[in-house]
Design a binder for this molecule. Sequence first.
Ligand code: AMP
Length: 424
Amino acid sequence: MSFSSLGLSAPLINAVQERAYSEPTPVQSAAIPAILAGRDVLASAQTGSGKTAAFCLPLLQTLTIKPRGARGETRAVQILILVPTRELATQVGETLRILGQHLPQPVKLAVLFGGISINPQMMHLRGGADIVIATPGRLLDLVSHNALQLSSVRSLVLDEADRLLELGFADELSRVLSMLPLQRQNLFFSATFSPQVDALATSMLHDPVQIAIATTAESAPDIVQRAIVVDARQRTQLLRHLISTEKWSRVLVFVATKYAADLISTKLRRADINAEAFHGEQSQGKRSQVLSDFKASRLKVVIATDVAARGIDVSQLPVVVNYDLPRSSDDYTHRIGRTGRAGESGLAISFICADSANEAHFRLIEQRHQLRVAREQIPGFEPAFEAAASTAGMAVAVSDPNGGIKGKRPSKKDKLRALAAKSE
Ligand code: AMP
C-alpha cells in the first residue's frame, strides 16, 4: 500500500517522502481514508505506530485556506487537537508544520499550553488560526480572554483520548466540548482504551469507524522486557551499575513522585552521570530544555514522572527503566512505549522491590498483558529481604478482584523471625 493510494494530495505525499516514510503504517492505512471521508474515528493502536501522522495528514488535506490577500480577515479555527501534556502539544504542532510545509497556502498553527506566559499566545492568535493544538486548561483560559473562539471547529481530535477522558480532565473537556458546534467530526486516538472510556467515547462519537490495530508478532514493538528483583534502597546503586556496565547511551527512568525524580537525578549527577529530572512542577522552560537536550543526546539520563509517559517521541531511545512500577497496566504500556518506536528495538527494565507488594503488582501487569517476564537478580544486588522472607515463607501478596493490589506485608517481628530462621 502507498500513501498516494490513500487519497492524499501531492504536497502531502512530498512531505511524507521527505520524512522517508516508505509506506503507511496500519493505523495510517485505516484512518486516513476514513478521516478524508469525514467519518468519526475511534482508533486504538500501540505506541509509536504513527498515530500522529494518521490524523495530521488527512486533516491538513481537508483544510480550506483562503489565498493570501484576504487581508485583515480573521482565520476561523477549523481543527482543534486536544492533548494531555505540553510536550505532546509541541510535538503534534511540529508534525503538522513539517507535513503541511508544501501545501499551496501556508497553514497557521497555534500551539497553546500552560506553564508559560499567556501574552505571546494571545498575540499569536490575533488574526485567528487554522489549526489549534492545545491542552484543555490553557485553551479555556484563552477563550475566557476572548483570544479565540471555537464555534467554527469542524474536526476535533483527542490525542491520548483515554487520558483526556479521565476524571482529572473530564470537567475541562466537557467545558471545551460545550463550545464546539454539534455538527463536527470527532477523532479519538490512543494506545489504550479502558472499557469505561470506550463506552463514554462511543456515546460521544457518531457512527465511528472503529480501528483497533491488533498487536501481532510482526507489528508488536520490538521491546525486550526484563524484571530485576532488588531491595528498594539498592535501586539507585543498581541503576548506576546498569548505566555503566550495560553502556546505555540514553535511558528514561520512571519514578512515582516529583520528589523522587529530583532526588535520584541529583544523586546521579553527584556520581558524574549526566542526569536531569522531568516533572510537572518544573517551569515550562526547564521541561522544554530537558526534553530537547535528551532528544539531542546532550543528556544521558532523564528521571521522570508519568508526565513523560505519553506520546513523547524520542527517536532511538534504547532503554526505559521502571524504577517505581507504574500504577496501572495501561501506564506500563505507555511508559515502555517510549522505546522501540517506529520499528526500532528497545529494552524495558522494571525493578521489582523485594521488600514490598511489587511482585504481586507486577504479576497483575503481566496478566493483563498476557506475558511472563523472567525475574532476574544482578550479582552484588541480590535482595537480602527476599531471601530472608522466602526462607520462612512469609511474604504473602494477593491480588484483589477489583484490579488493585492488596499486600499482606510481613511485620517487623515477622522479618526478625525470618532472619533468625535463616541464620539457624
Ligand atoms: P507516533 O506514533 O505518531 O508518535 O509516531 C512514532 C514515530 O513513527 C515518529 O517518529 C514518526 O515520525 C514515525 N512514523 C510515522 N509514520 C511513519 C511511517 N509511515 N513510516 C515510518 N515512520 C513513521
